[in-house]
Ligand binder design. Structure first.
Ligand code: NDP
Ligand code: MG
Length: 386
């Protein structure tokens, strides 16, 4: 019997999720193969990946890097393209079964929309896509009958808890490790550096999401992501701190019963599940042992010390383009923090001021979201020290 391999396009193949998804594909190369790889700037790694995985095509989003990439791959049977439009176009290729959206930030939005319109199954890591325009994305996916399978570990957990009974949800609990600053107060946090913020206790991830985890914005983005992924009301989404990161999230059903999904903190598990769904693939990944974790702890998030979580909830409740405005200002502020231009709490104040300043609209038109993103970025940028 010939088994058709699932052909996968990895958008953001040079990142943390991208490289881990390539590990998954190598390990299960009898089931999955790489059809397309894309990156932003990292020509060297993209070239190495293309030589190993021999995709049909690669795209480098930064057009200036086209020459170097094309030259490096000239003796290989791999098509080479450049530019953001090329990323949007490549995902529509007939030979792609699954598009893994693993770019960081707003850059994931348009390619994901294009992949949905082309009817591709989406494995979604890029949570910002649902934060920015979740209402539109959810509607498009339902109209085109496209399946969006979460890669984010919390959402994968909820998705797994809902298999077989998607309709009796009372509430979900998103678990959070609490990040490197769990238990710390304002007085301490005012002085923390980028280096300290980049030291996450349980996960190794890209820089942007690591800072979002330190400010708890990541959990706010995930609440909005969950809202659209699972069609929930904001009041149905709660956050609980669970420092061991073994319970990846929980669903409470209308009869009061609670299901949790557990496992070692390793993104390769939700990546594999997103690629293999609705099947489970036998793996030799390390197994969880209860005796290694004699205690599970839970606490409520400290909203006074970590105001970003509140700001994200506010944006979610306001709706319309407000989450998009919040996301854009967060991207600008995090980048500034990573360049040592601003301090830890300046991130929150840039977001708050931008949310107060930029007018939000209730709209289902993607151009309104593009405008909101652009305006919010410009305003947030104007708040930064020169
Ligand atoms: P990284 O920063 O490690 O990687 C980002 C990837 O996106 C790189 O391949 C990068 O290319 C590419 N990229 C960056 N900017 C652009 C752009 N403007 N246009 C096109 N491509 C771009 O991020 P992560 O892998 O950590 O995260 C990716 C997404 O997954 C994020 O949305 C994050 O929130 C989400 N996620 C990540 C988790 C993790 O464990 N890392 C867990 C759950 C969700 P280049 O290398 O060339 O710059
Ligand atoms: Mg997560």
């Amino acid at each position: 019997m010939i088994i058709m391999k699932k052909r996968i396009a990895i958008l953001g193949s040079t990142g943390s999720i991208g490289t881990q998804s390539l590990e998954v594909i190598s390990k299960f190369s009898d089931i999955f193969e790489v059809e397309v790889l894309t990156a932003h700037n990292n020509v060297q790694l993209l070239t190495e990946q293309a030589k190993i995985f021999r995709p049909n095509a690669v795209v480098i989003a930064n057009k200036e890097k086209f020459g170097v990439l094309a030259d490096a791959l000239k003796s290989y049977p791999v098509k080479v393209y450049a530019g953001h439009e090329a990323v949007e176009q490549i995902v529509t290729m007939d030979t792609i079964d699954i598009v893994l959206a693993a770019m960081v930030g707003y850059s994931g939005l348009m390619p994901t929309i294009s992949a949905i319109n082309a009817g591709k199954t989406i494995a979604l890591a890029n949570k910002e896509t649902l934060v920015v325009a979740g209402e539109i994305i959810a509607r498009m996916a339902s109209e085109t009958n496209v399946r969006i399978i979460p890669v984010d570990s919390e959402h994968s957990a909820i998705f797994q808890c809902l298999v077989g009974e998607p309709d009796a949800v009372e509430k979900i609990y998103l678990t959070a490790s609490g990040g490197p600053f769990r238990g710390k107060k304002r007085q301490y946090l005012e002085h923390v550096t980028k280096k300290e913020a980049l030291r996450h206790p349980n996960w190794t991830m890209g820089a942007k999401i690591t800072i979002d985890s330190a400010t708890l914005m990541n959990k706010g983005l995930e609440a909005i992501e969950a809202r659209w992924m699972f069609n929930l009301h904001p009041s149905q989404i709660e956050v609980v701190i669970h420092p061991q990161s073994i319970i990846h999230s929980l669903v409470q059903f209308t009869d009061g019963s609670v299901k949790a999904q557990m496992g070692l903190p390793d993104m390769k598990l939700p990546i594999l599940y997103a690629f293999s769904y609705p099947e489970r693939i036998k793996s030799d990944f390390p197994r969880f042992r209860f005796t290694d974790y004699p205690e599970f702890n839970f606490e409520l998030p400290d909203l006074d010390s970590f105001p970003n979580l509140l700001l994200a909830y506010e944006a979610m409740k306001t709706g319309g383009t407000m989450p998009c405005i919040m996301n854009a200002s967060n991207e600008i502020a995090v980048e500034a923090f990573l360049k040592d231009r601003i301090g830890f709490y300046d991130i929150s104040s840039v977001i708050q001021k931008t949310m107060e300043k930029i007018r939000f609209v209730k709209s289902m038109d993607i151009f309104d979201y593009r405008d909101a993103d652009r305006e919010a970025r410009a305003y947030a940028e104007s708040l930064l020290p020169t």
